[in-house]
Design a binder for this molecule. Sequence first.
Ligand code: ZN
Length: 472
Amino acid sequence: MKKDENFSKWFDEILLNAEILDNRYPIKGFAVYKGWGTRILRDIIEMLERKLMETGHTPMLFPVAISEDSFKKEARHIKGFTSEVFWITHAGDRKLKKRMLLRPTSETAMYPMFAQWIRSHADLPLKVFQSVCVYRYETKATRPLFRMREFLWNEAHTAHRDWEEAEEQIREAIKIYDEIFKTLGLSYYILKRPDFDKFAGAAYSIAFDAWNPDGRVNQIGTVHNLGENFSRAFDITYEDTEGKQRYVTQTCYGFGISRTLAAVISQHGDDHGLVLPPEISPIQVVIVPIPYKGLEAKIEDYAKGVFSKLKEAGLRVHLDETDKTPGEKYYYWEMFGVPVRVEVGPRDMEDERITICERVDLKRTSVPLEEAVQLINESLKKISKKLKEKSLLTLKEMTVDVSDLESLRKAIKTKKIARICWCGNIGCAEKIREESGGEIRGYRIDIEEVPEHSCIICGLEAERVVYVARAY
Ligand SMILES: [Zn+2]
């Protein structure tokens, strides 16, 4: 199973063999999350929700059905989503008087309620979130985890007194996402999208574009300042301290849970299977006993002792007592990406030691049982660090500076992310897409990059250094 030779095939095999997801569900774009995949997703969700609650966001659950009236209130929003909406039109064989839709995103489900709840400045800021599935009839080719018609995400929506407070919220949202993605060892660019590519109804949009081995960036999170666009449409006002009615300023941000899982699989996985960051691995340590003739029972006991010791220390540990051979067990748990394997054989038992093997590079070390807990914890930290460093290195290697169209074509064709200078003109952006197949994804907000050339297309003065790539 070679990741480098055929990423797409490799990815599909991992999804099936590591019990992440089964894509054979009989409706295109819908899939079944299996045991291992669901457990990882839950860990990601828990990590995110904990952070959102710590920063004053309230969990809520809004209905999946949205009325057509609500949906149509913000003109740009409806224009952006209308072609991919699933409509609910019938009850049995009776046609509904008013049709409804399945949420493609929840602005229009939440904001009529915001208008009810928000009365005065004391009700602000309002910060809510939910982790739910949303529905979009994607017309581009669907791809499990990356692009589905039903997909799992977390969306947060906030309302504030003014633009400044909303800007503060945007910074907090970026920080929350950045911390979680970093904990997962992922590498990405945080980009302000060009105006023509911002979220439908937003003042501006910022996105996290993670690298993928096939060169197509994977948008794992987005953060939008909505300004007063929706509050004016939904009449969300508050009374300020001077008794005046004002429109709230809103933000919303979406964390692609399925896409984050896709990024974890694609960035860290190797030819043996998944490689999971310890933070979200359902099992952090798997113990494999190596039986030896005549000593089977003793080794089993020793392995059980090791298991109890690690479990008591708070590690998520599993003892593999199945009838498979040790080799088969290695192969199996490597596929599932468990960060640390502990091998216990006759020699280990005799010397009161264990053998630790780290999934990230499959290196083995023998350590005294007495120090096992401490050394495994160190190992887990080291693994997280290694994954992060490796991923960042790949992002750097994938990114190339390009100053003419021919080199841009070549860069996109060879699965790179191109860094170019652009005048800001939409005509040039369109030409870039037509000629190279890559899209302008935006400019970095974490650092300032000054253009050193003129626009790659028209030769006029460049406004920004932007990143161009194919995208999911
Ligand atoms: Zn230009």
